[in-house]
Design a protein around this ligand. Structure first.
Ligand SMILES: C[S@@+](CC[C@H](N)C(=O)[O-])C[C@H]1O[C@@H](n2cnc3c(N)ncnc32)[C@H](O)[C@@H]1O
Length: 297
């Protein structure tokens, strides 16, 4: 008996279109999301150097010196634990994740009222406002309009950066905020010192502290040599527990000594912290890892 022949339903679309649809269904989706804050020490300019040195496989992504989170937004890990000591920064990340519609409405109000006088009032309100989403709105507004996107506080913890000289600062980047919000749904975000984080087997930790002998006024306590020593011990703890760490820091003999025995590589990076032109430009900095992978070797 002749075998029954099977026919496929016609696709109803061109062959190329069908192939593209199949390929896209397999691909993990990448959102267009970039840091929604300007941040001193932000890593956007060295992202290719960092990305190619990531471990090929890991369980959870951890970033305990979050700042603007440039590497996090680039890598877009499904599971992440993000933290920073900066209270306003973490309130803002939480508002972007959990209350983005109201945050955008609030930012539009700031955008409409922006002026020198309004900026001065907003600076004061940042420390009296109680509503977390409004705190986040003030924080993003000040970040987009202040001098160089600096975050600097005085001894009593008050934000004291003067207004920047921008013609049309982009205060509400609506699409980016929605995409960041979507990505952050997979992240836990917390405010604390890096040492409160628990090193765990198989997890990846990107450690990007205030650089040694560089800008460290992110909070009123500073970081200092003691901070770097504590961090190097924390990195050794990650290593002992079977996790992966990648550290960014200045190229100084002190830092090299702290991480002796690990993979230490030099990259060229632009320095953007200084307001003095002669202190800007390219500098050497270090990437230190407790593992090596082919691309990064
Ligand atoms: C170099 S910046 C991180 C930049 C970030 N990787 C980015 O791409 O924008 C250093 C961060 O460390 C935070 N920080 C300073 N001391 C800290 C501490 N003891 N524990 C946790 N975070 C701290 C600062 O608030 C700042 O956001």
């Amino acid at each position: 008996m002749p075998k029954e022949r099977k026919y496929h339903e016609p696709l109803g679309v061109g062959f190329d279109t069908a192939l593209t649809a199949i390929a896209n269904a397999e691909k993990p989706t990448t959102l267009y999301a970039k840091p929604f804050l300007k941040w001193v020490g932000g890593k956007r300019s060295v992202l290719p150097e960092l990305v190619k040195r990531m471990p090929p496989d890991y369980k959870k992504y951890n970033e305990p010196f979050l700042g603007g989170g440039a590497l996090y937004f680039e890598v877009q890990p499904k599971r992440a634990y993000l933290s920073d000591i900066n209270f306003h920064l973490i309130i803002t990340f939480n508002a972007v994740r959990d209350d983005v519609d109201r945050l955008i409405r609030n930012l539009k109000i700031h955008e409409g009222k922006h002026s020198k006088e309004y900026y001065a009032k907003a600076r004061k309100r940042l420390f009296t406002e109680k509503d977390p989403t409004k705190i986040a709105g003030l924080f993003i507004y000040l970040n987009k309009t202040c001098f160089n996107g600096l975050y600097r506080v005085n001894k009593s913890g008050q934000f004291n950066v003067p207004m920047g000289d921008y013609k049309n600062p982009l205060i509400v980047d609506e699409d980016n905020l929605y995409n960041c919000s979507q990505l952050l749904q997979g992240a836990e975000v917390a405010q604390h010192d890096f040492l409160q984080m628990k090193p765990t087997k198989g997890d990846f930790f990107y450690l990007d502290p205030p650089y040694h002998e560089s800008y460290s006024q992110y909070d009123s306590n500073g970081f200092g040599d003691e901070g770097h020593k504590r961090l190097a011990l924390f990195a050794r703890e990650i290593d002992k527990k079977g996790g992966y760490f990648m550290v960014s820091n200045s190229d100084t003999p002190f830092v090299r000594e702290l991480y002796k025995g690990y993979t230490i590589e030099v990259i060229r990076a632009s320095r953007t912290v200084s307001c003095k032109a002669h202190q800007r430009g390219k500098e050497n900095e270090l990437i230190i890892r407790n593992y090596a992978n082919k691309q990064g070797e």
